[in-house]
Design a protein around this ligand. Sequence first.
Ligand code: TRP
Length: 333
Amino acid sequence: MKKPIILTGDRTTGPLHLGHYAGSLRNRLRFQKDHEQFLLLADMQALTDNAHDPGKVRRNVIEVALDYLAVGIDPECTTICLQSHLPALAELSMLYLNFVSVARLERNPTIKDEIKARGFGRDIPAGFLCYPAAQAADITAFKATMVPVGEDQAPLIEQTNEIVRRINATAGKSILAEARAVIPKSGRLPGVDGKAKMSKSGGNAISLSASPDQIRAAVKAMYTDPGHLRVNDPGTVEGNVVFTYLDAFDEDQTELDRLKDHYRCGGLGDGTLKSRLEEILQELIAPIRERRQLLAQDLDHVLSVIQEGTERARERTEATKKEVTQGLGLFRL
Ligand code: TRP
């Protein structure tokens, strides 16, 4: 039987952090054995809000690839490829832009949020507004049916499927497959300061190569329940950042439930909770950090992984482009 196809990716704007790990890297690790998985180093999409700093986008191609390999993405199972070197993605993007309206792009909740967060005002780069069509090209060019992403990306998959239906309807046959977002149940991991989104620029992230001291400091600074002043006071679990992290990373569910009950009744100190979380995070991150340091000493190897992956991806994406242009009945020379 053919394995289901997965495509997902990351903008190459900085190294990945724990939020990425909980949001999608962990799912990708789970899937890589029994799915055909492609990971896209999305340097073209990174330019849509970083055109002023192409150097940053270039440098982070290697950083993100290092993160993939360090967390355990295995290039024998997963194809890692570079967006800017897959011309079919750009060509399909141009084509798809004709199957989506500007009003629909402006209504996309992800785009709306990101425009606000980036403070573009009226100066929205056209490439930025249109990147949902490009992301649809990424997903469909691989004929992916599963897209492991954080929950903020769901509206982009929805818009992808609208484009898929329009293309198929215009072609009069089913050329492209619809995809579904695979989103972790635990929801989005907040920043250590409790803000909804963990981000490097927000200064509230724990990087996947954080040192033991950085991990300790981040956990120490983490918000708990501001009403939990004395150990014996009853505490609140919901919205308590330390518990949210334990929910995401503590594998001992029974013990975690017990701790929650204890915390709610009073008598369990924030310090005890934090040491448990710190230990879990130290254990999670140490092997990632060590593998990353080793891999960083052999960048030629990392480059060859990207190169070979991109070649494999090129074949795949060119084939889909041909199917789409022919399916739509464009002129053939
Ligand atoms: N939008 C994703 C991010 O912000 C990156 C990305 C580009 C992507 N192309 C994709 C994700 C295709 C899933 C599928 O990191």
